[in-house]
Design a protein around this ligand. Structure first.
Ligand SMILES: [Zn+2]
Ligand SMILES: [Zn+2]
Length: 439
């Protein structure tokens, strides 16, 4: 079975044909299938956690779901397992630093957090560091800006955001992904400058310096930053007006950047050991055409859950094209008209299905990074393993090989279950080691 192949069980489907399904209402005990899924997801979420598996997760009060299968603890000693799979920090257009974001996630009960900044993985190490204090698991993620071009009508293009989720080890072939992301970021500078020029031609004196200052040092400016500069200069009343009048897709001051094609990006996510998910398909003008083409390119999933529940139209598209059904809050910390961090949890079956697809892919990526290091124990290959987490190698009185073995063991224990460790065949990799030194 290819890693892409996925059959959504009936329990993961929206039960209503209404456009928006409201959450809440009656709560009930999990079915046997949901219970098994919940246990398996929980085991993964607490792998390598500093505190042992919380016994409260096992309490009967934890095994309760609402009518669409989202776990809801009854609060009598139960524990909720909340995933947040879509949010932004200051490293793109969010308001919070990654550590503040993690802190907020913790207060909102999030146990697994994917940081998905636009076109950058720069915030991940800070998020991982902060997450250690709160016992939260971080999924390294990124939301990649791409352009979909219709094959039949090449003049028709649409911006498409692809979420990519990676193992704790991060992307394999990191440099390839990093190059793609840095090209996009350069393109964003070019695009923001071009939008400022267009506004200036429309006799709206927005200054490039203000846009760059608002975005912050090292942050690639986006439309939001241009809109904020317009508000600051008193040219529009608020961000919404800036978008509605000038910056909307195809608007008088709209410019495209240098985004890669959606299909090419999905291929690269696949090649670097990631899971690709189409973000907010409800903003697309031609979702069906796009989803069909992206599925052919290897897309794994579709966002169908948002704060107001499951969107049936997209859930049906996910069924038609055999795609995972995911979602998240897309939290930016803007403080208004925005879903709260951790407010879009997913049905336990959807979380389980996600991990069923993701974990073999992530295991493959981890194995790839370990093998590269075993074949060539260079600092660069060590960085591939430790990029998104300071793996604590023991320091006292051990020779280099023992230290190196301990390092690998430490990674394995926190990233993989016993079965996965066997599948990765770590012993075979270890047998390749010769004298390796860690600096
Ligand atoms: Zn987006
Ligand atoms: Zn987003």
């Amino acid at each position: 079975m290819s890693s892409n192949s996925y059959r959504g069980g009936p329990a993961s489907r929206c039960k209503s044909k209404k456009k928006k399904k409201k959450r809440g209402g009656a709560m009930k005990k999990m079915t046997t299938e949901q219970g098994a899924a919940f246990r398996s997801v929980t085991e993964w979420a607490f792998l390598g956690s500093q505190s042992s598996f919380p016994s409260s997760v096992d309490a009967a009060a934890s095994f309760v779901v609402d009518e669409i299968g989202i776990q809801k603890s009854l609060g009598r000693g139960g524990q909720r397992l909340v995933f947040e799979l879509h949010c932004h920090s200051k490293f793109s257009d969010g308001s919070f630093s990654p550590s503040k974001l993690v802190e907020r996630a913790h207060s909102n009960g999030v146990k697994v957090l994917a940081l998905t900044d636009h076109d950058t993985l720069e915030g991940i190490p800070q998020a991982v560091e902060a997450a250690r204090r709160f016992n939260i698991k971080i999924i390294p993620g990124v939301e990649i800006s791409t352009i979909f071009t219709s094959r039949s009508e090449p003049l028709w293009e649409e911006p498409v955001h692809i979420l990519a989720y990676y193992s704790s080890c991060g992307p394999s072939r990191f440099e390839d992904l990093d190059k793609l992301l840095s090209d996009i970021r350069k393109g964003r500078f070019f695009r923001a400058r071009s939008m400022v020029e267009k506004l200036n031609k429309l006799k709206l004196p927005v200054k490039w310096e203000s846009v760059a200052r608002i975005a912050g040092e090292g942050v690639a400016p986006g439309r939001l930053h241009v809109a904020l500069a317009m508000v600051e200069a008193g040219l529009v009343e608020n961000q919404k007006q800036a978008f509605d009048r000038y910056l909307f897709d195809g608007g008088p001051a709209y410019s495209t950047g240098r985004e890669p094609s959606s299909e090419e990006t999905i291929q690269l996510v696949h090649d670097t050991g990631g899971v690709s998910v189409l973000a907010h398909p409800w903003v697309l003008k031609n979702p069906t055409t796009i989803i069909r083409s992206l599925k052919e390119a290897g897309l794994h999933g579709l966002e169908v859950y948002r704060s107001n529940g499951c969107l049936s139209a997209y859930s049906d598209l996910a069924d038609t094209y055999d795609l995972l059904k995911l979602g998240g809050s897309d939290f930016h910390g803007r403080g208004h008209c925005e879903s709260e961090l951790g407010s879009v949890n997913l049905p336990v079956i959807a979380l389980h299905d996600f991990l069923q697809v993701a974990r073999p892919i992530w295991c493959g990526a981890i194995r790839g990074s370990l093998e590269s290091y075993a074949n060539d124990p260079s600092d660069m290959n060590l960085a591939r393993i430790t990029r998104f987490g300071r793996i604590q190698a023991p320091k006292r009185g051990l020779d280099d090989i023992s230290r190196e073995e301990d390092l690998i063991k430490c990674c394995m224990n926190s990233w993989l279950t016993v079965d996965e460790r066997q599948n990765v065949n770590i012993e075979a990799i270890q047998s390749k080691y010769s004298v390796i030194s860690i600096h």
